[in-house]
Every structure is written in C-alpha cells, then in structure tokens.
Design a protein around this ligand. Structure first.
Ligand SMILES: Nc1ncnc2c1ncn2[C@@H]1O[C@H](COP(=O)(O)OP(=O)(O)OP(=O)(O)O)[C@@H](O)[C@H]1O
Ligand SMILES: [Mg+2]
Length: 298
C-alpha cells in the first residue's frame, strides 16, 4: 500500500523547483489510472469554472475515450484536428485547438483515434516529451492548462505528467479507494526523477462523496491519513446533476450552478486558484512559483 513518506518527499521536491517564467501557464494534470474516479468531471467543470472567473484556460483531452470533448458538447465525428495530430504529427497546439468553446476556454480535443498513439509514440523521438514541447508554444497564451488523463499509466499519461508542473489526483469515496494510488505515486516519482523534476502532487480531490453512508466519511479520513497536507478542503458530493450535465454537453456551471455539485466545483476552482498562487485574472501576469504546500485543511 501507499507509503505516507511519499507525501513528505513530494513537499521537499517542490521547494527545489526552479522559478517558472513570469506569465507562463500553470499546467495541471488530472491523473489516476483507476477508471471512473471523476478525472473528466473534475477537468471539465474546473476548466469551465476557471474560465468563468476570467482565467484564460486550455483543457487538453488526452484520453482516447474523448469524454472531456463530448462533455463540452463537441461532436467528435466532425473534428478535423485533434490532440493526436499534436502528439504524433507534431502539429502546433495553437493551430489545433478549438478556440473559445466557451468564453475564455479553448479545448484540445480527442477522439478514439488517439488510442493508436500509445503504439505510434513508441517509435518517435522524445516520445515522452511531445506534449510538453507542444505546450511550450502556447504557454503565454493561457493562465491555466488542465490535462484530462486516461485511466492508464501508459505513454499518454506519461506525456501529460511530463508536460505538467502539478498533478491533482481525484479519488472516489468508495471501498478500496487507495488501491492503485501507490502505483500512481511510483509513476509520478519516476517521471519526476527521469523526465520532469519540477512535477509535484498539488493535491488530492475526494469525489462522489455520499453523505448518507459512513463509508464515504471513513474513506476521506483514510485518504487524509495518507495525504495529510494535500487533501483539498472541497469534497465533491455524489450528485445526479453532475452525472446528467455531460449528456447536455454542458458544464455544471451552465447546467445547474446552484446544485451541490455546481457549488462544489466552483469552490474547488477557488482552492485551485489559491494553491496555484494565481493572480486575479486579467492583469496579464502570473507570479513566479508561489504554490506552497497548504497547511492541513480542516
Ligand atoms: N460527483 C459525482 N456525482 C455523480 N456522478 C459523478 C460524479 N463525478 C463523476 N460522476 C459520474 O461518474 C462517471 C465517471 O466519472 P468520470 O468520467 O469523470 O471519471 P473518469 O475518472 O474520468 O473516468 P475514466 O477513467 O473512464 O476516464 C461518469 O458517468 C460521471 O458522470
Ligand atoms: Mg475520464
């Protein structure tokens, strides 16, 4: 099972990180190789909430399922260019994104064709760095870049972890919630050592909390034991409205902002802004690396 010392280790690494260029986007990967834990729901709704707050936001869908793409109402069959073209063909992100899928929100979409990239990338130069190098071309265009990872630890997730400065790990409030987390932390540590030294676990977001069960509360306490300083104060409740919104191609902020899920994702976006040390939107500058490990939230 997961070794709690890793949490402390991640702290010390973040302190050694060289200062980030002023005005460069914060790149955050949503990663957990376990399926169905809320990566996409978190990526889409947080991206929409950040854009609504005025942050220039890019959402990268790097999952062949393309769930983030369809959750925003984008018809995958009609896409001319996707993240596959960026990763495999070397297209520039700036020429590939769907601009302004919402005010302030661009999307680098995905389709099932991306599944082939796990194999295609193997034979390519700098196969783990291809997303990172593509992101370098647009880093000043955005305040925040969110990457929705697939449920695996293959080359697509490794590309996301190599491009990102921060990882957010969504964990579902269910039995065996921490199963696989040690493997994820091992992968993050490996990427940090070999490919991307600044990489840091920004936090753990508990999802699908069911207040009617003791299990959910128990799981949150168990996870807090493993990540005492990293668990976000916001806990996302299980909410039918969150599950319904993608079928309307809407973020929860559009579908039902006042629902419990809508309120939770807005609060989470606020926590993310704080942890990333983002300035208020629109003043054109983002401060140098000021993201400090937060004190243990209540
Ligand atoms: N808080 C929530 N309340 C209710 N349903 C939710 C919640 N979060 C996510 N869901 C639903 O659970 C399912 C899985 O969520 P999601 O697609 O976000 O997980 P994921 O980690 O991205 O999955 P995958 O690993 O397949 O990419 C979806 O049907 C989604 O609508
Ligand atoms: Mg997903």
């Amino acid at each position: 099972m997961f070794d709690a010392t890793t949490d402390r280790a991640a702290h010390s690494v973040s302190a050694e990180h060289p200062r980030r260029a002023i005005g460069a986007a914060r790149i955050v990967a949503l990663a957990n190789q376990k399926g169905g834990v809320g990566k996409t729901t978190t990526a889409v709704n947080t991206a929409a909430a950040l854009a609504a707050r005025g942050y220039r936001t890019l959402l990268i869908d790097i999952d062949p399922q393309g769930n983030a793409t369809s959750s925003l109402g984008v018809e995958k069959a009609e896409l001319e260019w996707t993240v596959h073209d960026v990763l495999v063909e070397g297209h520039a992100i700036g020429d590939t994104v769907l601009s302004a899928v919402r005010p302030g929100l661009d999307l680098l979409p995905s389709t099932p064709a991306l599944a082939a990239a796990e194999v295609e990338l193997v034979g390519l130069d700098r196969r783990e760095h291809r997303l990172a190098e593509a992101c370098a071309g647009v880093i000043t265009r955005y305040d925040v870049v969110l990457i929705d990872c697939p449920p695996s630890l293959g080359l697509l997730t490794v590309n996301a972890l190599t491009a990102a400065r921060h990882v957010v790990i969504p964990i579902q409030c269910e039995f065996l919630a921490l199963e696989g987390v040690s493997q994820l932390i091992t992968t993050i540590d490996l990427v940090k050592r070999r490919l991307n030294p600044p990489l840091d676990v920004l936090g753990v977001l508990m999802t699908m909390y069911d207040g009617r069960t003791r299990l959910s509360a128990h799981v949150v306490e168990e996870v807090r034991g493993f990540f005492p300083e990293r668990i976000f104060a916001t806990v996302v409740p299980r909410s039918v409205r969150l599950a319904e919104a993608p079928s309307y191609g809407q973020a929860i902020a559009e579908y039902d902002p006042g629902s419990r899920g809508g309120v939770a994702y807005d609060a989470f976006a606020g926590e993310l802004v704080t942890r990333l040390g983002l300035d208020p939107p629109g003043n054109g500058t983002v401060p140098p690396d000021s993201a400090k490990p937060p004190s243990d939230p209540a």
